[in-house]
Design a protein around this ligand. Structure first.
Ligand code: PDD
Length: 298
């Protein structure tokens, strides 16, 4: 365990991708942003990650709606319409022959002289690129994730999907250094979310318990899909915070995220969850999510 570095990797190892930067589709080696870009200097930027399965985009309208909200919350004008952004996603998937993986989109407040105050007339930087990744056939879906919990060091507006991801990176490094797979953040004794996922448990009576939406967590698009599937299947859902101890004594635990889909959690801070193996509810939720995504993706 702790060996999964698929998110790392050096550039240029594979075939050159086509990347979108500010109006141009260019080979990845030519895809550049200024050193004066506020995304680079201030992490003054928001992003989205949309998964691609069978060459089609999963839940793109929901990702674009959340992008719109993130942009509004940081007072940044939209760089393009939804229809234009959809076309950019599609063209990148097509040109890169992507069948399984993701499209990453980032909007920054653009280039300006370094100044904590926003430039009065920002010209947003817009970047999109693809990454090929196996999403369905993942060893973690079979083995489950081993989680460590850490105090949540992040800022208080986690509902905005900003690129301030250093604390998430540090937490994942700590988990790997301890031979585990990932970390869950804890604040005031309650689980907030994973480093790049929402955190959930299945209680012993079969209820899915997931933290209610607030500025403490990101409103996950995958979380919303799973809750809708659970409701359709007659599975009870409680949206409320839970402690690490409650998760450790739950029947099952799991995370959701655009590229994780649904992944079982089999251990939290050394305590096995249930019998220490992925459980039936999470297996069903994952299978249902993949099936529905295949059906609804466009
Ligand atoms: N991260 N919480 C955090 C902190 C996240 O970074 C993510 C996703 C989620 C799940 O949201 P969604 O289901 O909409 O992907 C929750 C993406 C995948 C990433 O940074 O790569």
């Amino acid at each position: 365990m702790g060996k999964d570095r698929r998110d790392g990797g050096r550039l240029g190892a594979g075939v050159s991708r086509v990347v979108y930067v500010n109006g141009a589709f260019v080979p990845e080696a030519e895809a550049c942003v200024s050193v004066f870009d506020r995304g680079f200097l201030f992490a003054d930027a928001v992003y989205e990650v949309t998964s691609v399965l069978d060459g089609r985009l999963i839940d793109l309208p929901a990702h674009l709606a959340r992008l719109d909200r993130s942009l509004r919350e940081i007072g940044l004008p939209r760089p393009a319409t939804d229809a234009e952004l959809e076309e950019l996603h599609r063209r990148l998937v097509r040109e890169n022959g992507l069948t399984e993986g993701l499209v990453y989109l980032q909007v920054t407040r653009g280039v300006a002289e370094r100044n904590f105050l926003y430039p009065p007339d920002p010209r947003p930087t817009l970047v999109l690129f693809t990454q090929a990744l196996p999403l369905v056939d993942r060893p973690e879906a079979r083995a489950g994730l081993r989680i460590v919990t850490l105090d949540d060091p992040r800022w208080a507006r986690r509902d905005i999907k900003t690129v301030q991801l250093l604390s998430a990176s540090m937490a994942k490094e700590i988990a790997h250094a301890r031979g585990k797979d990932d970390a869950w953040f804890v604040e005031d004794g309650l689980v907030t979310e994973g480093t790049a996922s929402n955190a959930h448990l299945v209680s012993r009576d079969g209820t899915i318990v997931t933290r209610d939406l607030s500025s403490a967590i990101l409103a996950g698009i995958t979380r919303a899909a799973i809750l809708a599937h659970a409701a359709e299947a007659g599975v009870a859902v409680e949206e409320r915070p839970f402690t690490v101890a409650e998760a450790q004594s739950a029947a099952e635990a799991f995370v959701t995220g655009a590229t994780a889909f649904v992944l079982p959690v089999v251990e939290i801070d050394g305590a096995p969850i249930g019998d220490g193996r992925p459980g039936p509810t999470v297996r069903r939720l994952r299978a249902r999510y993949i099936e529905e995504s295949r059906r609804r993706s466009v």
